[in-house]
Design a binder for this molecule. Sequence first.
Ligand code: FDA
Length: 390
Amino acid sequence: MVSANPTHDAIVIGAGAAGLMAALTAGQRGRRVVVIDHAEKPGKKILISGGGRCNFTNLGTAPDRFLSANPHFARSALGRYPPAEFVAMVDRHGIAWHEKTLGQLFCDGSARQIVAMLVGECEVGGVEIRCGHAVAAIDRADHFRVVTAQGTVTAPSLVIATGGPSIPKMGATGFAYDVARRFGLKVVEPRPALVPLTLGEPDMAFRALSGVSLPAVARCGRAAFAEAALFTHRGLSGPAILQVSSYWRHGQPIALDLRPGEDAAAALLAAKRARPRAQARTLLAEMLPARLAEAIAPPGELANMADKALAALGARLNAWPFAPTGTEGFAKAEVTVGGIDTAGLDQRTMAAKAVPGLHFVGEAVDVTGWLGGYNFQWAWASGWSAGQVL
Ligand code: FDA
């Protein structure tokens, strides 16, 4: 039986970034809000984010830094709750921060401060946070009803903020997709994103370079990112690779420019004329990390290499092709590309168009940011947008 008098105005499932933001926003608007999470404490992903310092937003936030089947969907929330709003909250709490690079804002101290801030703001709004409560059932008649082993709550609004399946050992699940499908919403195929890529034959030689890192431009289709690339024992990683991984599809090649900003062919030919007796290996070691140079240098002196061969080597340095065999999967993915199809959601309120009162926020939705604080900004903005109408 569904009670005629709901226990709450809104139930939020998921005490992560988006759920806490939705809850504190609605709570501070006077709504009676309960947050339910199966983890033993709130904000576990926030705590491990940004190497423990939480890259909580990015000053360069713009819709084109997000992937989605509908690239326009995120505009409304991102525009109404910009990074400055979150920074203002951080400042109100006296949390010191700095810009690391590329607009990325990090805590000077610890990600724990961000969780404490969100929990504190929830307290201000009278929000009840119930951790360690696994959801046994959800149904809906007059109101939504959420059943856990510890009891049942009912409300006219339900917010699903359970994130995506990346890092299952942190308690991540595909719960949101199951709820969405049950209520008739579509799910865009979820894929691991911001994830290292694996290499096989014929790129095997590069796997011996594990630990070598260098500035590069990684390209996949039309996506290109200039940041560090890292060779690992399984393949490729580093920020440039994580960024293109979100765009990569099985079977697609990627290319690494190992000499960004330089015409490497011209540089090699000029070096041959200036220092014909130099070993190719010596020259490449001046241009690349020594272990990488060693692995790819042709034997002999520059003078003994045909211009054509040197030009081809230079062209390769500017666009070294790799054929990834896969990714390291959800176990290592920072986020999920895909998720709840935005076609079924209202972009201002994150509400399911066909199910009054049901909202989806954060990573569960088919909106995925680049590396660098964009994903938290989406969590804050989408959570805030839902919180306005609960
Ligand atoms: P989030 O995953 O944060 O929260 C979901 C909550 O739902 C969790 O508390 C979980 O326990 C709960 N839950 C799941 N299933 C449930 C169920 N069945 N029942 C009840 N509760 C359930 N982003 C960024 O912008 N800057 C950064 O520095 C980083 N760093 C980073 C590092 C690492 C290692 C990872 C894995 C990820 C990042 N990210 C990041 C990405 C960022 O953490 C992510 O985008 C947000 O946490 C998403 O917020 P959500 O609230 O949507 O989900």
